[in-house]
Design a protein around this ligand. Structure first.
Ligand SMILES: *[C@@H]1O[C@H](CO)[C@@H](O)[C@H](O)[C@H]1NC(C)=O
Ligand SMILES: *[C@@H]1O[C@H](CO)[C@@H](O)[C@H](O)[C@H]1NC(C)=O
Length: 363
């Protein structure tokens, strides 16, 4: 009998199960742009990238603007919900406490932000990925002083990390003559520079404790309404789409290589480029009626910067692929999320058990 108890304790120690009854919940830390922002820009009062007016948020909760650049849920919302993980609050939410962080994680995503510091500068205020990682380091300090160094390390190593940026580095940087990157680089050298920067950032996150991390690739961003309006034919911008494909290819290699090199890490890359492209060329097959114009739009004066209170809404929001000039609708996000869930092979996290401390490498 005694021996059994000893054995159980040894097994428990080996598998890192806390015997003192203390165990941290598995939460998410989200790094991203407007596709994942859940309210940070709302508190960046000088930022021009805002979703703080109707009709943003119309299909979520009380229907009032909540900071999401969408009528409903983000892709990260839907994936997290599917995995049984809590939705992390915005970093700048004034009510965010250490207890909230331990319960729900944090979302640092910021509309207009990019992998590169210089991206989106004309929005005046936004968190670039380096800035978001800096804020995450501040969060780590806070949690260490709350629960101690060792428990904090376990907490951060057990968490899930989402990194979803890149479209602004093209749309609001490289493809705009306003930015020096557009004349400093060509397509190939820019992607090398961009993906090289991402690689350093992902290594930095690993050094800070990130072990289970997923990177979302880009969709056919040449087909967002804003890009289509720029062509005389109203078709997708082929060059922009090619850049997205090249970015996905290069960053997928970097992420998979890092997953093999970095100790105890499960780093994965996934994109929904093909599915979204299929929806755009054949909307009715997927239950959509419109795949080229925004549901919320300011009539003939397109492209209006954002969806505004004076805009008119489409009749059925679930039938539009795009919510505004830049962003997919809730329904399209659901389709993207389902594709990523399939590609990543996610399963529901059972929060009643201790989270696995060491992810299976390269699973
Ligand atoms: C990017 O910005 C961060 C601050 O957020 C700074 O620490 C870093 O040096 C910058 N990197 C480059 C390459 O400018
Ligand atoms: C990897 O996991 C093992 C066993 O859990 C641990 O001893 C080691 O310190 C970990 N390495 C890193 C770099 O986290």
């Amino acid at each position: 009998m005694k021996l059994d108890v000893v054995l159980i304790i040894i097994v428990a120690i080996i598998f890192g199960i806390g015997l003192d009854g203390y165990h941290c919940k598995m939460v998410q830390f989200i790094f991203g742009d407007s596709l994942s922002d859940v309210g940070n820009n709302k508190y960046l009062s000088k930022s021009l990238a805002q979703a703080s007016l109707p009709w943003y948020g119309i299909d979520l909760g009380n229907g009032l603007p909540n900071g999401r650049f969408c009528n409903g849920r983000t892709v990260a919302d839907i994936i997290g919900d599917n995995m049984g993980l809590p939705r992390p609050p915005a970093f700048l939410d004034p009510s965010l406490s250490e207890d909230d962080i331990l319960e729900n994680g944090v979302n640092y995503a910021s509309g207009g932000g990019g992998i590169l510091n210089e991206t989106g500068s004309y929005f005046i205020q936004r968190f670039s990925l380096y800035k978001q990682i800096e804020l995450f380091q501040g969060t780590q300090e806070l949690i260490r002083s709350k629960i101690g160094k060792e428990e904090a390390e376990k907490f951060f190593q057990g968490a899930r990390y989402v990194v979803a940026l890149g479209s602004n580095d093209f749309i609001n940087n490289y493809l705009m003559p306003l930015y020096s990157d557009s004349w400093t680089f060509n397509d190939e050298t820019f992607i090398d520079y961009l993906v090289g920067t991402l690689q350093e950032q992902l290594k930095l996150l690993h050094s800070l404790g990130a072990r289970q991390l997923m990177v979302f690739g880009l969709g056919p961003m040449g087909c967002i309404p804003l890009q289509r309006v720029l062509t005389t034919s109203g078709n997708c911008q082929e060059r922009t789409n090619k850049l997205a494909i090249s970015f996905n290819k290069a960053s997928s290699k970097v992420v998979n290589d890092l997953g093999k090199q970095l100790p105890n890490s499960s780093y994965r890359f996934g994109d929904a480029y093909d599915v979204v492209n299929n929806v755009i060329s054949n909307p009715s097959e997927f239950g959509f009626e419109n795949a080229d114009s925004p549901c919320c739009s300011f009539g003939k004066i397109r492209p209006a910067l954002t969806c505004i209170p004076a805009s008119t809404l489409c009749k059925d929001r679930s039938k539009y692929v795009f919510w505004d000039e830049y962003h997919p609708s809730d329904k399209a996000n659901e389709l993207i999320a389902n594709e990523l869930i399939k590609k990543f092979g996610f399963k529901r996290v059972d929060q009643t058990e201790a989270p696995s401390p060491s992810p299976t490498p390269d699973a």
